[in-house]
Design a protein around this ligand. Structure first.
Ligand code: C5P
Length: 231
């Protein structure tokens, strides 16, 4: 039987999860699954079909019957993975500031979470994988061989988000972004279904004073000694 390692990376918005997770997966040659992109894709689908962003059963049914494909990032996708729904590319559409707000109610819907968690488990079953999100270590892969909880102060995260949005041609106010980050943290941590919490066996890593590459190196060292399992 082959030994596999599943790495769960959770943490609040803007801690650097997706960049770190993608680089880590690249270095290890593992599959990278950006679960936030799946919540964003489901929100995009709901909007396209004119559904209420609070209609759990309808959005869940739509997400279930739609193929959500996560493809590798390249130089034209700003380092983000490419996302397709039933063949239509939505990579950029799901990364706007507006979408970051619209996804919040959708990610709080129990029915939607059930469908997406199932899809995530199925993808992770394929072998070695790095998954990032809010509930990977607690709900999606409670038996992951390595669980990381990536954090950073709200100020550092707002600064990073500002840079990212500036690069996309958006010009938001820093204070407003900071308030939004704090509000999103609060909603992520207090929502009823799968709130953002650190798994008991997760290792907390703060990215405040570390570069992306330093964080990746740290996680690579942790992956070396992590527990492999047969899946
Ligand atoms: O990580 P990202 O910002 O792309 O996530 C988009 C939204 O999906 C966030 O509001 C986050 O709370 C939610 N999410 C979630 N569970 C995950 C991944 C993301 O609730 N596993």
């Amino acid at each position: 039987m082959t030994e596999h390692l599943q790495i769960a990376i959770d943490g609040p918005a803007g801690a650097g999860k997706s960049t770190v997770a993608r680089k880590l997966a690249d270095k290890l040659g593992y599959l990278y699954i950006d679960t936030g992109a799946m919540y964003r894709a489901s929100t995009w689908l709901a909007l396209k079909h004119g559904l209420s962003l609070h209609d759990g059963p309808a959005i869940a049914a739509l997400a279930r019957r739609t193929e959500i494909l996560l493809a590798a990032a390249d130089e034209t996708s700003d380092g983000k993975i490419r996302v397709y729904v039933d063949g239509e590319e939505i990579t950029r559409d799901i990364r706007t500031q507006k979408m970051s707000e619209q996804v919040i109610p959708v990610a709080a819907l129990k029915e939607v979470r059930e469908v997406l968690v199932e899809k995530q488990k199925e993808l992770a079953r394929q072998g070695n994988a790095v998954l990032d999100g809010r509930d990977i270590g607690t709900v999606v892969l409670p038996k992951a061989g390595l669980k990381i909880f990536l954090t950073a102060s709200a100020e550092v995260r707002a600064g990073r988000r500002l840079k990212e949005l500036n690069a996309q041609g958006e010009n938001p106010d820093f204070e407003e972004l900071l308030a939004q980050i704090k509000d999103r943290d609060h909603k992520d941590r207090t929502r009823e279904v799968s709130p953002l919490t650190m798994a008991e066996d997760a290792i907390e890593v703060s990215t405040d004073n570390l570069s992306i590459d330093q964080v990746v190196d740290k996680l690579l060292a942790l992956a070396e000694t992590a527990k492999r399992s047969t899946v």
